[in-house]
Design a binder for this molecule. Sequence first.
Ligand code: IMP
Ligand code: MG
Length: 178
Amino acid sequence: MNTVQVKDKQFALYISEEEILARVKELANRMNTDLAGKNPLFLVILNGSFVFAADLLRDITIPCEITFVRVASYEGVSSTGEVKQLLGLTQNIEGRTVIIVEDIIDTGFTMKELLRMLEEKHPAEIHISSLLVKPGNLQVDLDIPYRCFDIANEFIVGYGLDYDHEGRNLRHIYQVVE
Ligand code: IMP
Ligand code: MG
């Protein structure tokens, strides 16, 4: 299947499931080495990261914990407009090694806010992992040590990522056809 239709847009095959799984396994192996003995807490950001997390975490062989959170936006009273809110974190992360598991980092604003909210809870360390990064769109300074693919600024769908709520269940990653 080299092209798919999601709602009103056509998408072309961009990264196959096979390529994704190979890169995810490499990433997991690196984490197994780096994080051994730290009992890391993997913080999976829903919804988009659910597929990536399922594959990544089954290749993690060191003792670890996994939890799921959501970052919600709402119109705040502040003049900056959009305010982010962290939902679903019930664990105490004080003193823990936290690994954020994200699907894609685009401008980086979501991740920056998330880091700020997590740092208030005094973890020992926080490291970012993201399946995809769009370096050309990044607008904040972020260290992303664990990433699988750096991609162009095109809109993509599949392997957990959606276009207007659809397409998350596609096995491969597809890029929009303009
Ligand atoms: P950021 O705050 O600009 O980094 O936004 C990141 C969020 O935007 C991701 O978690 C996705 O939900 C969404 N996003 C950014 N680029 C894409 C894309 O190409 N396809 C699907 N969702 C995207
Ligand atoms: Mg996301």
